[in-house]
Design a protein around this ligand. Structure first.
Ligand code: ATP
Length: 200
């Protein structure tokens, strides 16, 4: 199994790229999804988050992720506390999911905070999707996010230069979705088979 990390800043187009990889036949695991499950009601993560941030972050008995997001993206100390809870849980969930995968295909791990969690060396290959900041801001506005929310999230992430220097391959996604698809296909048809042979 070739294990590829797919990263990129918020609004860069990672999820769209991951979707294309899945359509081509990759197995895809999404770190954001693992993070959601890690703090679902009844989990150890849920208990830890509530013990740390208090009942105020609950709505109808579940963690209100939007409220939690507002809290941590405006307070770097709180963000670090949350990350200290969630990152190890996500990492363990990924290892478990990986141990359950079968076959010798390609596994794409969509991991926004690859650089921030210093995880690049754990993968066979690292792809980052990069778009200009203005393009990302516009996509996020179109998705209904407000400007302060967008800026807080962008500021909390690594810079494009940091991601690019950790990556083996950079997809520049400032153009059409067809161009993005073309890049994904190039990796799938021309790059990954070579890497699989090398690993094999
Ligand atoms: P997040 O970190 O928030 O999950 P992301 O990197 O996964 O962001 P996407 O959700 O894939 O980004 O893309 C953000 C938005 O921009 C989506 O609505 C997506 O459909 C759109 N988008 C991505 N790439 C393009 C493109 N090349 N042309 C037009 N729209 C695009």
């Amino acid at each position: 199994m070739l294990i590829v990390a797919l990263t990129g800043g918020i609004g860069s187009g990672k999820s769209l790229a991951a979707q294309h990889f899945a359509e081509l036949g990759a197995q895809v695991i999404d770190a954001d999804q693992l993070a959601r499950v890690a703090i679902e009601r009844g989990s150890a993560g849920f208990d830890e988050v509530v013990a740390t941030f208090g009942d105020e972050i609950l709505r109808d008995g579940d963690i209100d992720r939007r409220l939690l997001g507002e809290l941590v993206f405006n307070d770097a100390f709180a963000r670090r506390k949350l990350e200290a809870i969630i990152h190890p849980l996500v990492r363990a969930a990924f290892e478990l999911a990986l141990s359950r995968t079968q076959g010798n295909g390609v596994l794409i791990y969509e991991i926004p905070l690859l650089v921030e969690t210093d995880a690049a060396s754990r993968f066979d290959y690292v792809v980052t999707v990069e778009s200009d900041l203005e393009v990302r801001r516009q996509r996020l506005k179109d998705r209904g996010m407000r400007e302060p929310e967008i800026e807080a999230r962008i500021c909390a992430q690594a810079t494009s230069d940091q991601r690019v220097s950790s990556a083996d391959y950079v997809i520049v996604n400032n153009g059409s979705t067809d161009e993005l698809l073309h890049e994904v296909e190039h990796l799938w048809k021309s790059v990954f088979p070579l890497l699989q042979r090398e690993k094999g």
